[in-house]
Design a protein around this ligand. Sequence first.
Ligand code: SF4
Length: 335
Amino acid sequence: MIKVGIPRALLYYQYYPMWKTFFEELGAEVVVSPPTTQTMLGEGSARVVADTCLPVKIFLGHVLSLVEKSDYLFIPAIRSVKRKTYNCSKFLGLPDMTRAVIPESPPILDIDIDINKAKHELYQAIYRLGRHFTWNPLKVRQASITAWQTHLSYRELMSSHGLTPPQAIEKLFGLPEAEPKISPSYPASTQATIAIIGHPYLLYDEHVNHRLIHRLEQAGNRVLTPEMLTMEELESAIAKLVGRAYWTYEEEVVGAGGHYLESRADGVIGVMTFGCGPDSVMMDMVHRRATRLRATPFMSLTLEEHTAEAGVVTRLEAFLDMIYRKKRRRVEICV
Ligand code: SF4
């Protein structure tokens, strides 16, 4: 059976169920790289110039871990998934960059996704991708329909049932049931509701963020993430803050930030990496909004290779202390 490697990095958290379903429907076996380690990060960093952003270095580390384990690597070049909104340039050049810096990589299956082009170009690109596995266009069509249905179920699990991407992936593929994040019977001892905003590849890679979600939950907090919002909620928050989105991921930063600053959260944490141009602008917009509203505390956490765990823990503790104090004071005033 042909093995297709998928790196557990960058767009994995958004599209893995769809990609896995597509390749499996065409008879391939999907191999995913293991969770990020310091070795992977070191090996990925060694292949590129220091200025490259942290998530791309991690991505290359994941690619290296799949070199011996797969016949093909799936690395799409996703330009745009919504009309007139665009991905960061790093995503567009990902297949070419990988070929250039990891020449020993197995053949790369790349597909150019640009929703601004005519529909037939997208269909042709999907057929070209499917042809590596079958010459039957009907089979490719059916695989892409099933994959899209899986993607919709994945989104639904996150927005309606309050699951994070790793939990939704577990639930979809029959691994042990994941506990829903938001449930009406959430323990009364919940200290606070904290929203975290940022790209999924930062929020759910525990090596990069030093187990941020786990730490918040262990301290008795309820955690909200961008995926738990519906598209309508995200779009309406973006419209309020910036009018029209330019970047694809304005939803997970500006949309989620704008929404949580005005509802449901006691505090908002923005997670970004050092050297990311789009994030520095988007996170600043959310920060300014928080300052203007003066209602919900906001903290931005900038991560890089040398971010020490102790630094993250200290900032987190200080932020949570401030929120708990604010909540206590509110209760005292009401009493
Ligand atoms: S959006 Fe920022 S962090 Fe993500 S790939 Fe682009 S530069 Fe890197």
